[in-house]
Write a protein that binds this ligand. Structure first.
Ligand code: ADP
Length: 490
């Protein structure tokens, strides 16, 4: 896979701004367009077709035809896998260009975009390998019958993704859907429409038949909502905000769509005094500041054992003050801009609220520069569990430090949240590590590491952090229907 770039990439070309419906690039039916920005400057970089219900309807018709009568419907599973391998190869070949476009549009630093592209290729290849291994069972049924199960595609799947990992979230959605033989209507986030469109072009180049992948850019309340209520869509896979998931679940009820959700978090990252403190400081730093805190798994509640609390916060603050915040396409930059003005305003609001509610601002808490959406890495100390900054998902580079004394106490406090996406513990004591891992309510638990996510391992949330799992074999469950066939034997 592509290695870290040694010099800043050339400004990427923008190949495509239309909608992909049935293998054709088209303007939006109602002719609408919307602007998309470089978050480092706030400057417009492209105008993109704004899909609405009429476009969703056309995309669903195309996806239904591809599902039922196109070459995709009758293709050998192994050949379906080969098309996915071909797409993965093309993504790999174009990784640097895709990474630069991803960074330009979402503000992610270029080295992280390169890392994401590695994840995209791995995910597509992992699921390509699954395509001809999705098997049913023979069942030892009572009586003189032969019973067996078939695993068949759910059908036309609507996939709605967010702006923080535009390409990786696309790969997590496309991988299992295509491996299981479904067809797709994808809606990228309105903040980051560009890279998905380039993937649409590469999917065509790979030979994926028309109508299998349709891409409708547009806004959540129009294009997204139209997907959720469309009777021709069998399932919605959504990654985004918990409040949006509530709207989607209600709206999907009328057509009883299958839904899977990957939502937010307020993940507890617990540091015991017996940890390797060099690793734990670096790990806690990475846990919150990776991608400017714009990760659903961000380690935003940092529980530090009281014995080491003072020293730990000092070391973390020293690193935060040194962090190089700047243009995302500069290879020396460690933290790029937040994605939008809206996110910038939200983060600064929480920085004010933290101080008003009595937390101690150790560093940061303010915007950097007066152009673009940059926020200084921020640490609040002596945070109380009931403060807004300890409860709400901020989605920015803001960590709440919460001192603690004992394992029982920290497990109770870690679980005192409506979320349950990820959790971590730093300790050399195997007993502490497994006690915490067993008792913390989270879909992913990291021991002496953070943000380690792989295509092979299930990912998703307990409680209000989600429903269902992405990645690994687990995701295949959500993209297949199981059919029982029973044959009378004479
Ligand atoms: P965020 O706060 O991270 O922007 P959202 O949940 O608003 O999270 O957005 C995630 C995705 O959900 C985006 O693609 C957005 O357009 C889409 N979306 C927003 N509102 C709706 C809705 N009512 N129905 C369907 N999709 C929506």
């Amino acid at each position: 896979m592509a290695q870290a770039l040694l010099k800043a990439p050339a400004r990427p070309a923008i190949h495509q701004t239309k909608l992909l419906i049935d293998g054709r690039w088209v303007d939006a039916a109602e002719g609408g367009k919307f602007e998309t920005y470089d978050p480092a400057t706030g400057d417009v970089i492209a105008e993109v077709a704004a899909g609405t219900a009429a476009d969703v309807d056309k995309a669903v018709t195309a996806a239904r035809r591809a599902l039922e009568t196109g070459p995709w419907a009758t293709m050998d599973a192994a050949d379906r896998g080969n098309l996915m391998f071909a797409l993965a190869d093309l993504v790999e070949k174009n990784a640097e260009e895709l990474a630069a476009l991803e960074s330009l549009n979402c503000g992610k630093i270029i080295t992280d975009s390169i890392g994401d592209l590695g994840g995209v290729v791995n995910t597509l290849r992992y699921y390509a390998g699954w395509a001809d291994k999705i098997e049913g069972k023979t069942v030892p049924v009572r009586g003189n019958f032969l019973s067996y199960t078939l695993r068949q595609p759910v059908g036309v799947v609507g996939q709605i993704i967010p702006w923080n990992f535009p390409l990786l979230m696309l790969a997590w959605k496309f991988g299992p859907a295509l491996a299981c033989g479904n067809t797709i209507v994808l809606k990228p986030a309105e903040q980051t429409p560009l890279t998905a469109l380039r993937i649409g072009e590469l999917a065509q180049e790979a030979g994926i038949p028309n109508g299998v992948i349709n891409i409708i850019n547009g806004f959540g309340e129009t294009a997204g909502a139209a997907m959720v209520t469309h009777p021709g869509i069998d399932k919605i896979a959504f990654t985004g905000h918990v409040d949006t998931a509530k709207i989607i679940q209600k709206a999907a009820a009328d057509t009883l769509k299958r839904t899977t959700f990957e939502l937010g978090g307020k993940s507890p990252n617990v540091i015991f005094a017996d940890a390797n403190l060099d690793d734990a400081v670096a790990g806690a730093f990475h846990a919150i500041y990776f991608h400017g805190g714009q990760c659903c798994t961000a380690g935003s509640r940092l529980f530090v054992e009281k014995k080491i609390h003072g020293e730990f916060v000092e070391r973390l603050a020293a690193k935060a003050k040194e962090r190089k915040v700047g243009n995302q396409l500069d290879t020396a930059t460690e933290q790029g801009p937040q994605v939008s003005q809206e996110q910038l305003d939200k983060i600064l609001h929480y920085c004010e609220l933290g101080q008003k509610q009595g937390a101690k601002l150790v560093t940061g808490g303010k915007r950097e520069g007066d152009k673009g959406y940059f926020v200084a890495p921020t640490i609040f100390d002596n945070v109380k569990d009931d403060m807004a900054i300890a409860k709400d998902e901020i989605f920015g580079p803001v960590v709440s430090v919460l001192p603690f004394d004992s394992m029982n106490e920290v497990i109770t406090r870690a679980n005192n949240t409506t979320y349950g996406l990820a959790a971590a513990i730093w300790t050399k004591d195997i007993d502490k590590a497994h006690t915490y891992a067993k008792n913390v309510k989270a879909g992913t638990v990291w021991v002496n590491c953070y943000h380690v996510v792989d295509a092979t391992t299930p990912f998703g949330g307990f409680k209000m952090s989600g429903q269902g799992r992405e990645n690994g074999e687990a995701a295949l469950e959500h993209y297949t229907e199981t059919k029982t066939v029973t044959v009378k034997l004479n």
